[in-house]
Design a protein around this ligand. Structure first.
Ligand SMILES: Nc1ncnc2c1ncn2[C@@H]1O[C@H](COP(=O)(O)OP(=O)(O)OP(=O)(O)O)[C@@H](O)[C@H]1O
Length: 325
């Protein structure tokens, strides 16, 4: 009998869940979630309000006990010895003293966490708040408060950062600052898992996204794959003759007339073939370009059409002061 060598295994992933579930009474908030966040990536955990994102993040951090399933952070269960130093998090809830400066708030938190105060300067620079560190926390904009929350989560120099809705409630400039910060952290080697109910807000920073709806993971992919580029948009005259030619060329199911042009459900690398066919048929092609699917529409379809209501609810709720883990 020959020995079968063990399969090569790499280092454990920053986050791995298996069959992770959470029930509150009859409500299934998180349903058999298998999630993997790989080292060095920015992973967007997306879903409408109430989809189960916060419950999941709380279970990852050991703040809520799963009803079923397992969580592994760097291969070990939440709260394992030494792990608190590897994981930083920003989850909803108040944590800062309004009458203290940003720097003094960090001093308090660093003392609690047993972090040397020398690290405070570094994290303030990382989140681009060094210039305003002496100002009272109460005078900060929401974006600055969020960034101070991230600074607090970075005090222990974690390898994994978990952020719950970091862009929620921010104005466009605040969102751009937060996205830039997340990208900086990722370039410095930190793995980031962030949640959001708006794909459009975070898609620029995410390497991969997992979309959750009613507690279940409905898809996991890169943003590019999620968007897809599965159609061609053609403005061509006369439209009727072009429609007929396209149907003969591609099959009737692949051709739709939309807004005075043709939407052709073919790979964009068919553009030259389509153009040649139209020109040879004596048709005048004015424009021919790949048409990307609208991301919000994709999200809407994946989540069963619940995002619009969710987005509206979140605006009503607003946003609290960040808490750190
Ligand atoms: N402690 C709790 N007790 C009972 N139900 C809860 C509790 N926490 C969350 N839920 C419910 O579980 C579901 C998922 O909530 P969760 O907060 O995890 O979703 P979410 O995707 O983070 O949404 P949001 O962005 O609105 O917080 C919701 O229906 C919510 O009302």
């Amino acid at each position: 009998m020959t020995d079968i060598p063990p399969e090569p295994t790499g280092p454990p992933h920053p986050v791995e869940t298996s069959g992770l579930s959470k029930r509150y009474g009859d409500l299934v908030a998180v349903d058999s979630l298998d999630l993997t966040v790989r080292a060095g990536e920015v992973y967007g955990f997306l879903g409408p309000n109430g989809a189960g994102k916060t419950s999941t993040l709380r279970m990852l951090l050991g703040l809520v006990r799963p009803t079923a399933g397992t969580v592994r952070l760097f291969g070990r269960p939440p709260g394992a010895p030494g792990q608190l130093d590897q994981v930083g998090a920003l989850i909803e809830g108040p944590a800062c003293y309004p009458y203290l400066s940003g720097r003094d708030n960090l001093r308090v938190l660093a003392r609690y966490a047993g972090t040397p105060s020398i690290r405070i300067r570094t994290v303030l620079e990382l989140v681009d708040l060094a210039d305003r560190a002496g100002d009272r926390y109460a005078s900060y904009s929401l974006g600055m408060k969020q960034r101070l929350g991230v600074a607090a989560a970075l005090l222990k120099d974690p390898r994994l950062l978990i952020l719950d809705e970091p862009t929620n409630g921010l104005d466009p400039a605040g969102m751009a600052d937060m996205r830039a910060l997340i990208r900086r952290l990722a370039s410095a080697g930190c793995t980031v898992l962030l949640s959001s109910h708006l794909l459009g807000e975070v898609q620029q920073v995410c390497d991969r996204v997992g979309v959750v709806s009613r507690g279940r993971l409905v898809t996991e992919s890169t943003v590019a794959d999620l968007r897809g580029t599965a159609s061609l948009r053609v403005l061509v005259e006369p439209l009727g003759a072009a429609e007929e030619r396209a149907r003969a060329l591609l099959g009737p199911d692949r051709v739709r007339v939309v807004d005075g042009g043709l939407d052709l459900a073919v790979d964009p690398d068919q553009a030259a073939r389509v153009n040649t066919a139209f020109v040879e048929a004596g048709l005048a092609v004015r424009e021919l370009r790949p048409r990307e699917r609208d991301l919000e529409q994709v999200f809407f379809e994946l989540t069963g059409g619940t995002d619009a209501a969710g987005a509206q609810r979140s605006e009503e709720v607003g946003h609290g002061v960040p808490a750190t883990y």
